[in-house]
Write a protein that binds this ligand. Sequence first.
Ligand SMILES: [Zn+2]
Length: 249
Amino acid sequence: MVDLSIVETKAVIIKTQDFKENDKLVWFYTEKLGKITAIVRGAKKSKSKFLALTLPLCYGEYMVYKGKSLYTLQEGKIIQSFQGLLNDLHKLTYSSYLCELIDIACTDNEINMELFKTLITTLYLLNTDALDYELLIRAFELRLLKTTGYNLTLNNCSVCRKKISSSNYISLSHYGGICDECPKEHGVFISKGAYNALRFLMNMDIDKLYRLNLNHEIKSEIEKVITFLVSNSYAKKPKSLEMLKFIKE
Ligand SMILES: [Zn+2]
């Protein structure tokens, strides 16, 4: 007999919490169900088959079924545990930030295949060397904004919608560039280089990121714009941002 209430889906563990004596609560970001919370019975027992399957950041194929309020994890198979990310302070902080962003930007059960794919690609890239992780995080943030309804408008004026080739101003209330005729308010002036970098970061394939090389000034300009938008678009502000600033110093 096939139980139709069981769903098999790829997922990443974005958060875990101990629950009762032997159980664990696990927040999965899944391909087929969006963000869900599942109870994993006996996960804390040392011989549990779930022990390795329920570590933070673990990416796998999971089978869950829905109860009254929570899902229950039935089985799972690791695709990539990403545990190596936990051994490096920078990678640990960046990956915690990614998980936190998913948590604050996504509501339960809201399916977002594009964002799911982006998260997986970003984690794989973070797991490699030879890449500017800061730019990787910026590219992820831009895609997060885009796929959750806060897309930055850079090819048109975000007020009058006229086509623009560049701009020296980003409106933080209209999420985009402003043309020469429209009022420049509630935003920040940025250099042409930073404007173009933003557009480039938004449109390029995330796995081609290693080709992009930006100087420190441009990077801090785009960081200012993007982190402002991320901090103000969702109900909660990401806390790991503070930690990110701290490790950069
Ligand atoms: Zn305009």
